[in-house]
Design a protein around this ligand. Structure first.
Ligand code: BGC
Length: 363
């Protein structure tokens, strides 16, 4: 079958036509025909050979971890999913160690050993192939009306997990805080999906991103009523003057300087949620004492979050339905290009169309 694969040893990324077509190996598995695969910053790191690793014993890794597909075959013990259903798969699989409470509790997203695998990223083939096989426990059924946008489920789960943790963190306050103000740092897919989730939860949300308006990201923010400010024109101090200090800063850039610069906009008792994975060494001059003093004297929390669990996928699908009903067309506008598998490398390197979320289409 056709697949997009990276060969780290040879430093090659290409479409292969002879990847073995996977077959059901257990009665609880489903076979899925891939419809779409989203391309993201993690893929960029993998195709530049700075991240990711093939399954043990193989010299290549099939890429792709943001996926929408259609079930074409089900094992005899599969329940809850049938042939013809649309599904999205989760990314991370548990480590084997008895000491890892997180993995043993079904939460590899909190794995403590680091020996988890991630499909399309770490030691397990991804979904950027005509077919894949997965245990039914790791796929989520997608309502057919979400067909056009469900490839955005996985990036939205990053926001879902971050915001779920935010809820838990703020339970430390002796009263129930009103949602308050949020700043989304970064206008990429994870940022803009986080923006929609924050607005749905009642936060007065501002997008604070590098690119100056007008641009498509600012247009989407505008369509859902979120102010958009450029980090090039507006300092953190000015941001606070214009929209007020942020009870939540939701970071989705992976850029250390931008993140440190925005810290000054965090309100007392505020939470900074970090979702971006910095991809390369970035030197930074920082007044460490001032940063720590601010965190201590204002009861602030910095919380990193990676990957997502089953409940985040369920919530993401629920949110996608809600977003579409509330802001018709807004979610669709995040999907700025659909391309053939052969275009993967150009898409990942931003050589095709730019845009917000580009996907590889197998249909
Ligand atoms: C994926 C996560 C994954 C993380 C680290 C992200 O792009 O969305 O599922 O855990 O990369 O590999």
């Amino acid at each position: 079958m056709k697949a997009v694969a990276v060969f780290p040893g040879k430093r090659e990324v290409r479409v292969i036509d002879d990847a073995p077509e996977p077959q059901l190996q257990s009665p609880t598995q489903v076979k899925v025909r891939t419809h779409e695969v989203g391309v993201c910053g993690t893929d960029k790191d993998i195709v530049s050979f700075t991240y990711g690793s093939p399954p043990p014993g193989l010299d290549y890794l099939i890429l792709g971890h943001e996926c929408l597909g259609e079930v074409i075959e089900v094992g005899s013990a599969v329940k809850g999913v049938q042939k013809g259903d649309l599904v999205v798969p989760r990314v991370r699989r548990p480590c084997p160690h008895a000491i890892c409470t997180a993995c043993r509790q079904g939460h590899p997203d909190y794995c403590i050993t680091g020996d988890f695998t991630e499909r399309g990223i770490k030691e397990a083939h991804g979904f950027c192939s005509e077919y894949f096989v997965e245990d039914v426990a790791y796929v989520h059924r997608v309502p057919s009306e979400l067909r056009q946008v469900a490839v955005l489920t996985e990036p939205l789960t990053i926001a879902e997990k971050g915001l779920r943790q935010l809820g838990h963190i703020q339970e430390r306050l002796p009263w129930r805080p009103a949602p308050g103000r949020a700043v989304v740092l970064g206008g990429g897919p994870v940022g803009l999906l986080g923006m929609l989730a924050l607005i749905r939860r009642g936060f007065a949300t501002t997008v604070y991103s590098h690119k100056r308006a007008p641009n498509p990201k600012e247009a989407i923010a505008g369509a859902v009523g979120a102010p958009y400010l450029s980090t090039q024109d507006v300092s953190a101090q000015e941001l606070v003057r214009r929209v007020g200090a942020a009870d939540v800063i939701y970071e989705a850039t992976g850029v250390a300087k931008a993140t440190v610069d925005v810290l000054g906009a965090l309100a007392p008792n505020g939470v900074l949620i970090l979702t971006g994975v910095p991809s390369h060494g970035e030197e930074l001059t920082l007044d460490g004492a001032a940063v720590l003093k601010q965190l201590v004297l204002h009861n602030q929390v910095v919380s990193g979050t990676v990957n997502a669990a089953a409940l985040d996928f369920d919530m993401a699908l629920e949110d996608l339905s809600h977003f579409r009903a509330t802001w018709p067309g807004a979610v669709e506008r995040l999907l700025t290009g659909r391309h053939p598998p052969e275009a993967f490398v150009d898409v990942v390197n931003g050589k095709v169309s730019g845009g917000i979320k580009n996907v590889i289409s197998f249909r």
